[in-house]
Design a protein around this ligand. Structure first.
Ligand code: 2NL
Length: 347
């Protein structure tokens, strides 16, 4: 073989491979073309083998040429292989009728109950104001629930028609408010004391849109030197502002609870009609009753062993459901207990 013949043959192999690669329509056909040309017994491989019979100068130059062609052919092979793989993938994807760009399949997600959310928000505000969390039993004594709180012997709340009694020694009852937690907490302690008592309470009541025999209360109290009605007003105004926004307006109105003197009811300017008194939520009064409060009655301090000449305090109580209903615009208390997912998933 002459040098010219070698070069001619090399060009032919190159052209032939380029052609086979171009016309290959499957990865298999492309692979075959590669083996035919570059395999152990391939055309280019064999052509390079015969170089050993050429003079040293030719061998060097032709060897270089052969290697350039080899690199070129490998590049042609790689590029064609990528093209075929992409085509094969898109063919495969076209067979699938699903729209792969659609969102994933939704699955039900758990969340906190609206009452829990409301309770957490209220206790969170109180906690940042320095009230410590106190807890107590659902079943308590007449003393902790009534007597210590200055309820007279014949008060209607003590009636079987209003309070659930438990048939057991000592005539225990289901607490009708969370005040007994505070009585337990104060007993034997020395002020200053600043505590909140959130929890479940029980009353003999028929279930309707506004009542439930089981509901939740958050109470709080502060006992220290010189605590007055002014501290009560400032604290509860601040609390309502944190809960309903700094523009929330409140008013304090005289009221009666056996365990405070004086007692007050705290109203919020109706957030639905803006205080105009034109909506059913505020019953056309422009104000919504939010909570009860007052300066702790000296008899209550006496019953827990705190010297009422030295110390004074204020206390307040609110229904958690009532506040949650206003906050979330729920108009039926039963929505909190029926656990209808369609309702609960809105919060
Ligand atoms: C209401 C009224 C109130 C209190 C709760 C209280 C507790 C102790 C001593 C004195 Cl230990 N007072 N709590 C005071 C005034 C009102 O709640 O209507 N709540 C829903």
């Amino acid at each position: 073989m002459t040098r010219a013949e070698w070069e001619e043959k090399c060009a032919q192999i190159r052209a032939h491979f380029a052609e086979s690669a171009a016309s290959a329509d499957t990865v298999e056909k492309l692979e075959e073309a590669k083996v035919r040309c570059l395999g152990r017994n391939g055309e280019l491989t064999n052509l390079l083998k015969v170089l050993k019979d050429f003079p040293i100068e030719d061998r060097k130059q032709l060897g270089q040429l052969g290697n350039v062609v080899k690199t070129e052919l490998t590049a042609i092979f790689d590029s064609k292989q990528n093209t075929l793989a992409a085509a094969a993938l898109s063919l495969e994807l076209n067979k699938v009728s699903a729209d792969l760009t659609l969102d994933g399949f939704p699955f039900p997600q758990g969340r906190l109950h609206p009452l829990t959310l409301a309770m957490r928000e209220m206790t969170g505000i109180l906690s940042r104001m320095g009230f410590a969390w106190a807890d107590g039993p659902h079943i308590d004594t007449d003393f902790n629930n009534f007597a210590a709180l200055n309820f007279p012997e014949n008060h209607p709340a003590r009636d079987m028609h209003d309070t659930v009694y438990v048939k057991a020694d000592g005539n225990p009852l289901l607490r009708t408010h969370t005040s007994p937690v505070q009585i337990r907490y104060m007993t034997g302690k020395t002020p200053p004391l600043r505590v909140m008592a959130p929890g479940r309470v029980f009353r003999v009541d028929a279930m309707d849109a506004g009542h439930s025999p089981v509901f939740h209360q958050i109470e709080g109290f502060y006992v220290d030197k010189n605590v007055s009605m002014a501290d009560l007003k400032a604290t509860l105004t601040q609390f309502m502002g944190a809960l309903f926004g700094s523009k929330a307006e409140v008013r304090f109105r005289p009221s009666f609870f056996p365990f405070v003197e004086p007692g007050t009811e705290v109203d919020l300017k109706c957030v639905f009609c803006g205080g105009k008194g034109q909506c059913p939520v505020c019953k056309s009064t422009g104000w919504i009753e939010m909570l009860g409060a007052g300066v702790i009655h000296p008899n209550v301090l006496k019953s827990v062993g705190i010297d009422h000449e030295k110390w004074s305090g204020f206390a307040f109580g609110m229904g958690a459901e009532r506040l949650a209903m206003l906050k979330f615009g729920v108009n039926d208390i039963r929505a909190f207990y029926e656990n209808d997912i369609r309702v609960l998933s809105q919060f």
